[in-house]
Design a protein around this ligand. Structure first.
Ligand code: GLN
Length: 539
């Protein structure tokens, strides 16, 4: 790569000590700080697992699968990046070890390396570098944030660290910056935070040939200046480049902490660059202000089957939160496991909710509990938003009641149902591979005037992200329309039902797509906005 010609700068993020310290979030927040200064931002997450993508993993393993416009099924951190930086990413932004190996092995079979022995260095590391440079080449970004998943010291992430080390030499230190995000454990007996694991983690990083330019030290307790000085001294990083980051009430406050410690300025100074514009934080600050000084409260139940792990529904939670905050409302979420409803539990809680969301999902477990929640919402006029599976089950419940047949179902759960109102899409019937074969990504949807959907969106056509194999069975369209089911969003050829709603209800609407992926902190998604408005009115 020609150093002179290329304006792109690379900021690498690694994690130290433990995982789940918010490395992706911190990177996303820094991306926003740079965007506020007029720079174009690219993003890449390098995931060290052998799956080709997280699409086939259980949410218990991995949390939510975040879907992009082009249908890529990706890590949930990409959701943080899109929301914080307000960008739309593509498949180049998520690399997994599985993808890297699949590519190298398929080239080996084609004979690309004839005569050679294929090795981690240089073949795997070269493929990693090629993918990193692909983001740079395809995005025209000023800054590319590259996050290495996992923790320094993991066997799995070593090829990534080696690739980064090589890249720093190849494209030059004046084009690269390395941020190490670590954790300071708290010892209760002595009431102190410890820096030793951070020192060890930096030593580990240096043993791989990488010296960080900055350390972001995370902790659940206040981090005193003396501790930052100690980290600077032992880890050979400038004092100004040790950033204390105590766990915050809301992660939307992370950018303001980065601003307080002049992180973006430090970076720009390092790269000898000037900001292209003054950051405008007014709107963002208004959001944080609404978090601390709400005028209303709103309680929403999320009825799902992975509710023990909130990360499984992270975009759903955020989309509800964005809409609540735009109404100056503090959000209380009741996480209700649909199996509990089946067992007669948590109904008191459900009755506290001003609105009910049934999110996406797969498989039989807990389905009847979600249908019970939909029935409760319909009969009691409680605002309801169904997302993908939540839409399908809303339709199943409506059919059971309108056609007075409790056997109505989706063929995903009952292949032999006499009333298959939700059925496998025709082009899915011959597919046997499970990876990346659903109807994925952005598809257009035409809105029917006079419906809740059209009123919420205020336009005629929208494009939303999808991830499903089943759909509404058109054989039942007329019969159910007569009973009061409104098909308010259709694919342009009118073949596929994208949005359904219940006529005699303040707001009961389900989408075949996942609107939650396109919600932004300062720009709530229109359907979530309409749902929260209805919930606040009903309260
Ligand atoms: N399991 C359903 C389908 O495949 C719903 C998928 C989802 O909720 N993302 O159509």
């Amino acid at each position: 790569m020609d150093k002179q010609d290329n304006h792109t700068k690379f900021i690498f993020f690694t994690g130290g000590v433990v995982s789940s310290v918010g490395k992706g979030l911190t990177a996303a927040a820094l991306g926003r700080c740079l965007k506020e200064r007029g720079f174009k931002i690219g993003v890449q997450k390098l995931d060290p697992y052998l799956n080709v993508d997280p699409g086939t993993m259980s949410p218990y393993q991995h949390g939510e699968v975040f879907v992009l416009d082009d249908g890529a099924e990706t890590d949930l951190d990409l959701g943080h990046y899109e929301r914080f930086i307000d960008v739309r990413l593509n498949k180049n932004s998520n690399v997994t070890t599985g993808q890297v190996y699949a590519e190298v092995i398929s080239r080996e079979r084609q004979g690309d390396y004839l005569g050679g022995t294929i090795q981690v260095i240089p073949h795997i590391t070269n493929e990693i570098k090629r993918r990193i440079m692909k983001v740079a080449d395809s995005s025209d970004a000023d800054y590319i944030l590259i996050e290495v998943g996992g923790t320094v010291g993991d066997i799995e992430s070593q090829p990534y660290l080696e690739a980064i080390r090589q890249l720093r030499n190849e494209i030059g230190r004046d084009h690269t910056f390395h941020i190490h995000v670590t954790w300071l454990p708290y010892i209760g007996a002595t009431d102190e935070l410890k820096t030793k694991p951070t020192q060890h983690s930096v030593r580990e990083l240096r043993s791989m040939g990488i010296t960080p330019n900055m350390i972001i030290a995370r902790a659940d307790h206040p981090i005193e200046e003396a501790l930052c000085e100690k980290i600077a001294l032992f880890c050979d990083v400038e004092k100004k480049a040790v950033v204390p980051m105590q766990t915050l009430d809301s992660y939307y406050e992370v950018p303001s902490v980065l601003e307080k410690y002049h992180v973006a300025e430090y970076l720009l100074q390092y790269f000898n660059q000037a900001a292209q514009k003054e950051p405008q934080w007014q709107q963002w600050n208004a959001l944080v202000d609404a978090i601390h000084h709400p005028e209303h409260e709103v309680t929403i139940a999320i009825v799902g089957k992975y509710v023990e792990l909130h990360d499984a529904y992270i975009s759903v939670r955020e989309a509800i939160n964005h809409a609540a905050l735009s109404h100056q409302a503090r959000l209380h979420i009741l996480w209700i496991h649909s199996c509990e409803l089946e067992n007669g539990q948590r109904w008191d809680d459900l009755q506290q909710a001003a609105g009910i969301v049934v999110p996406g999902g797969f498989g039989q477990r807990g389905i009847e509990g979600k249908i019970m929640a939909a029935r409760y919402a319909r009969e009691n006029h409680i605002p309801y938003l169904g997302l993908c599976l939540g839409m399908q089950l809303m339709v199943v419940e409506f059919t059971r009641s309108a056609l007075q047949d409790e056997k109505a179902n989706s063929t995903e759960f009952d292949e032999k149902t006499p009333l298959p109102v939700i059925d496998l899409m025709p082009d899915q019937k011959t597919i046997t591979d499970k990876g990346g074969t659903m109807r994925l990504g952005l598809y257009p949807c035409n809105l029917v005037p006079g419906t809740h959907a059209a009123r919420a969106y205020q336009c005629q056509q929208v494009e939303e992200r999808h991830r499903h194999r089943y759909e509404f069975n058109n054989a039942y369209r007329e019969r159910l329309a007569e009973k009061g089911l409104v098909f308010s969003g259709l694919s342009p050829d009118e073949r596929l039902v994208e949005i359904a709603e219940i006529k005699e209800h303040p707001f009961m609407l389900g989408t075949q797509f996942h609107p939650e992926f396109l919600s932004r902190p300062n720009r709530p998604h229109p359907l979530f906005d309409a749902f929260i408005r209805a919930a606040l009115q009903g309260d």
